[in-house]
Design a protein around this ligand. Sequence first.
Ligand SMILES: [Zn+2]
Length: 651
Amino acid sequence: MTAASSAPSTECIGPERPGGQGLDHNQEESGNLAIHKLLTSDDGRAWTDFVATARQAQDGSWAYEAWALRGMVRWVRRYAEHGYTYEVVEVVGENPLEAQDHRALSTLEEELAAAGDPVDIQRAFVEPAALTYPYAYERISQLFDSPNAPDLVVNPKSYTYGRQPGQHGALDVIQSRSPLVFSGPGVRKGVVVSAEARQVDIAPTIARLMGFPLIDGRDQTGRTSSERGLAPDVYLQRQDGRVLEEVIDPPAVKPERVYIMLLDGQSHAELLYRLEDLGAIPNLRRLIANGTMLEHGSITNFPSITWPSHNAIGTGAWCGHHDIVNPSYYLRETRETVSPQGQQFDTARFLGPGVETLYEAFHRVYGRWDGETGAFTASINEPCTRGADHASLERRLVGDRGELIVLTKETEHEISPRWYNELEEDGHRLQGQIDNRALAQARQLFLDESHPAPTFTFHEFAQPDSSAHDYGPHHEGAREALDETDVRIGHVLRTLEARGLLTSTLFVVTTDHGMATQDVSLRANPARIPQRDGMAAVTTEPLVYLRDLHVEVVVHGDGRTAQLTVLDNDAEPSGEKPPVADAEILVSDHRDGKVARVITDANGVAGISIPADLEPADLRLAIHSEGINSRHMRMDGTNFALDLRDVLYGS
Ligand SMILES: [Zn+2]
């Protein structure tokens, strides 16, 4: 392969791997109708912040859009010297993504002020006007790079999703901010830095601190270093993020191992608040004192949800590149909805082949653990698993089961009984037990003499998430969950200290997403609106996959007859769009006079004759098929679709 020119290109770059995601010409009518319903129905007005999509014009070019009642923005992306650059090409009304400051609402005080300082902390609802959407163009555009991506992604208002007091998933800064701390060898000590950070920056920063070699891997644009005309310039096979130079202490020694502690769903603002109480969370405090904390945290994947976000942290690649685009998503080719987060176990197979996990990178550099040599890696209750030697969510458990039970019992008394007594879902009620068992795994992995201490450990602490969902992020119950998690972190630190490993270990403390207070009285679920309103769609919130017809019209040379072909717009694994038989096609003239009614055959084909007094462009087609959105179009192939600019903004 010859090296591509590194000269800047003016070409607009659409989805990296097109496979039906976003809206094409066949989806202009249904896509615009769905956006209209999402924004203008009574529920849509109350619940929806904006709807985003990638849209392909008839000439094949792509642009990205976000539509809100207050206005819309359209942008394109192009290759830049590093990664992509994003250019706004249209704004009507107010640009809903204009505010992108990653520093906004970092503290509890700021968040509550943005919510109007409510008397009841459970009503700390923040309106879109008071929010920001950090890295909005990048984070939306990347989603549509995967063929698993939806046609539309719906961003609820920050307080309008579901029936739990705490939620996340949206693009806004509250739901997207994770705390981020690096601590240990190679890291600046006892400082707070104000740096722009995204969760895909964690993996390359770890690789850099560990002294991994630069490789000819792919950057955010999906092109290798050599394809970009450069010497090896990334640390991972796919690296969307950058090295956070701001946390690195250049002359310092290299760490010997890495331990990521992921406090699922822990609010950055709440962590800062808890740190103000000098007697609280002593173990996290100790880690922070020995490292660098990012003042404004780090911005996570979009959607800001567990499975996609964990895998973004573990691979250094956004979900549109690692392909677990949501907890649940639809595979168009096989007409199948999969739910990695629902099944919890054995989900490594969903991770795309185009990315490299940190476990795989550690093994690439240090060798596979073969019982005598190589590095040993561990995934402890962590949704990113591929390549880990110990991976509890892949049912690969290393260590003696009897010893594990003993270790589990040792710390069982530290589980607060309130989780079992008060929390709602079964999974949440038992979260204390689950995290306690994970702690026992962690201790055992560092005590077990049958293998070396793990060179890389990725450990999920789920209690903060369960409690913040069920109580709300600012509730005293969520704070107690952080305190209990800190006790578990203390056990990990003491175990490493006893083995003489503490000072040579690099710790990373972070989360997969933020958490926002919800107005549970709304029982809101904006993404469901189109389907609930009768549209043919597969909804895996916040993603909407429309079920549409591909229609081709060929007017024969004599201008008197035309052949219509109706296909399912979603291609099968072969790449072919399957024919739709028995579709009804009504042909009318511009006065709505009925001209013909035909039915497609097994090949999806029907023929009609064109009256001698009419031009093809005068004829209208209405195509209906059970279970798929109807099409209304002219014989010349143009659609009858809502003009969103007109119906939403009168422009
Ligand atoms: Zn989570």
